[in-house]
Design a protein around this ligand. Structure first.
Ligand code: ADP
Ligand code: MG
Length: 642
């Protein structure tokens, strides 16, 4: 910061933008020209937020209104000067607030924003709003922006100005009214925004249902002083009867609340009357927002709480469970006190019942979509399925409802599409089948090729293939569906129950016989690696596989945790062998203990690899394999020589 004279109060100061602010500005100026008009939406949205904030603060201190009770927004332009201004009578900003809010960007989202830029302008423009960098969008069309602001309750005003080139100036100013005025000095090529018709059109499209009046000068009276008219609908959309609202209006309102530039996937608008009355307008986005998977502690946005039309706060954390964090919209309560605080929200009974109502609405709306429009539902599932699955664990009281919404990849499908519902699965179960079989794995590839599937495939029994990260965790809490228990085919004692027929039983005996003393010998060789060696009756083509205890975490997840630095005591799996396999038959003939041990290790290691696990000693594995390959070669050479 450089100070140009000693008298601070009268001084014009120059500040440098923070690095990230500079990068954002650069982007605005140089890359975002595919959808320029969004700047107006962003600035009006800020003006509307400022009016909301004043109305809220004035609940506690009415004097903040001064002699100016009206909350409104004015859009004006001056063709000769080449300027466009957006003025509000909202909360305004103090000097510090100006520096904090628009001089620096300390928001955690900003860096993420810069990282997630794709280079595709259209997509990148759409990201801007989501990251709370809306104000800087002024620089898309302006080469200089002046902001003059006077905070409610203060008589000091400040003028901020910048050409978006790394610095801004700040100096005391005169301002008769409370609030903020943003003046854009438009670039030559963007002067076409200085047009009454064009501006009204943009306001209609983006800001019609902002709850405050947006005024422009009366038509044809640009010179007549102070003849203004309201150009937007200025009625909060959710307060209107459903049949008076067009789909287009619902979509625009969504863009306003969500800062998303795409249309929503679906919405649900409801008025509840009874013990308590409230209105909800809830949206499901079409695409996952950038921060959906951010750390769960990150403050959540997306659901605005109003009390009798007064905006109170963003209350997603109180009104939505984590697993519905993708939902956007507004809730307007008739019964909550206006001075409700975050603390009160945590405790409040009314809030709890609104929250339960919202959860029900969202789950019902999704169930209806799943029933009516499979394609749209697939879009939803592919974006948000992983998040919804958290609900199986977090919301036991709604587990049944959430379970109906789940979709899985399955051996019934020939590709990795997650389209199979649990009801689909039940409808295809064999008459004697008692369990819902599933397998978790690192990837769909790993799952479909897993040795565990061999017997199920042969008998035509469907197995669900679970490959999302949350799946292991979810299945730990998901015991049964419609009375049918889940069974991992890689854990515990897997049996086919009544699905096993006489032939299977006979084969099982044949296998035990063929195994002879192999299990004991292998066990001896692998003592420190496996808990037990058993004959498998489920392997067909593979020589061996690993089985875990019922409550053990799958091998590929263990690897993930280890890689993330969570040292886990490696649990010893059980090795199941297929004694009919030629490899095992060959092992039977190996007299030499050292050689036998070598083979046993190889058997274990390949089973571990097939499971997506990590070898303790990869180089050792390679050495062993090479040695055995060479021996085989020699063996065959001698065989033929005899
Ligand atoms: P966001 O609106 O997502 O917070 P913006 O970049 O649009 O991000 O605005 C940054 C901040 O600047 C706002 O959070 C607000 O504190 C402040 N601000 C912007 N415009 C106004 C305004 N017209 N009146 C008061 N404060 C404003
Ligand atoms: Mg904004």
């Amino acid at each position: 910061m450089t100070v140009e004279s000693s008298d601070l109060k009268q001084q014009k100061e120059t500040h440098a933008f923070q690095t990230e602010a500079r990068q954002i500005l650069d982007l605005m100026i140089h890359s975002l020209y595919s959808n320029k008009e969004i700047f107006l939406r962003e600035l009006i949205s800020n003006a509307s937020d400022a009016c909301d904030k004043l109305r809220f603060e004035a609940l506690a201190d009415e004097s903040l209104y001064g002699d100016q009770p009206e909350l409104k927004i004015r859009v004006d332009f001056d063709k000769d000067a080449g300027t466009l201004s957006i003025r509000d009578t909202g909360i305004g900003m103090s000097r510090e607030e100006i520096i904090d809010n628009i001089g620096t960007i300390a928001r955690s989202g900003t860096r993420k924003f810069l990282e997630s830029l794709t280079g595709d302008q259209k997509a990148d423009t759409q990201l801007i709003g989501q990251f709370g960098v809306g104000f800087y969008s002024a620089f898309i069309v302006a080469d200089r922006v002046t902001l003059i602001s006077r905070r409610a309750g203060s008589d000091e005003a400040w003028r901020w100005e910048s050409n978006g080139q790394g610095e801004f100036t700040l100096e005391p100013a005169e301002k008769a009214d409370r609030g903020t005025e943003v003046i854009l000095h438009l670039r030559e090529e963007d002067k076409d925004f200085l047009d009454d018709f064009r501006l009204r059109d943009i306001i209609h499209r983006y800001s019609d249902h902002i709850g405050f009046p947006i005024e422009m000068r009366k038509r044809g009276e640009e010179d007549a002083d102070d003849e203004w008219e309201v150009v937007n609908e200025a009625r909060a959309l959710w307060t209107l009867p459903k049949n008076e609202i067009k789909d287009e209006e619902y979509k625009e309102f969504y863009k306003h609340v969500s800062h998303d530039f795409s249309d929503p996937l679906l919405w649900s608008h409801n008025r509840v009357e009874g013990n308590q009355s409230y209105t909800t307008l809830l949206y499901v986005p079409e695409k996952a927002p950038f921060d959906l998977f951010l750390s769960r502690d990150e403050g959540r946005k997306g659901l605005k709480l109003y009390v009798r039309r007064v905006f109170i706060m963003d209350a997603a954390e109180q009104l939505l469970p984590m697993y519905l964090r993708f939902v956007r919209g507004v809730v307007d309560s008739d019964d909550l006190p206006l001075n409700v605080s975050r603390e009160i929200l945590q405790e409040n009974k009314l809030v709890k019942s609104i929250r339960a109502g919202i959860i029900k609405r969202v789950l019902d709306m999704l169930a209806k979509l799943a029933k009516d429009d499979a394609e749209k539902y697939a879009t939803f599932w592919n974006n948000f399925g992983e998040v919804l699955k958290e609900g199986i664990v977090e919301d036991i009281s709604n587990q049944g409802k959430i379970a109906k919404l789940l979709r899985f990849a399955s051996t019934h499908n020939s590709d990795d599409a997650q389209t199979v519902s649990l009801d689909d699965y039940l409808s295809r179960m064999k008459p004697e089948q008692e369990k819902i079989y599933y397998l978790t794995a690192d990837s769909w590839q790993a799952a479909v090729n897993s040795p565990h599937l061999e017997a199920f495939r042969k008998k035509g029994i469907e197995v669900l293939l679970l490959t999302d990260r949350v799946d292991e965790w979810m299945m730990g809490y998901f015991r049964e569906y419609e009375g049918k228990p889940f069974q991992s085919i890689a854990k515990g004692e897997v049996d086919l129950g009544k699905l096993e027929d006489e032939k299977d039983k006979a084969e099982r005996e044949a296998r035990e016989k063929a195994a002879d003393d192999l299990p004991e010998r292998i066990q001896q060789a692998l003592e420190d690696k496996v808990s037990e060696v058993k004959v498998s009756h489920l392997l067909e083509d593979s020589p061996a596989c690993l089985m875990l205890d019922e409550h053990e975490m799958a091998v590929h997840m263990q690897k993930l945790l280890q890689q993330a630095g969570h040292g886990m005591p490696a649990s010893k799996p059980r090795l199941e062998i297929n004694p009919l396999h030629p490899l095992l038959q060959r092992m039977k003939g190996l007299e030499d203990t050292a050689e036998f041990a070598e083979w046993a290790h190889l058997l274990f290691e390949q089973a571990l690899l097939a499971e997506g696990g990590q070898l303790d000693d990869p180089a050792g594995f390679v050495r062993r394999m090479n040695r055995i390959l060479l021996q085989l070669n020699r063996g065959e050479a001698t065989d033929s020589g005899e």
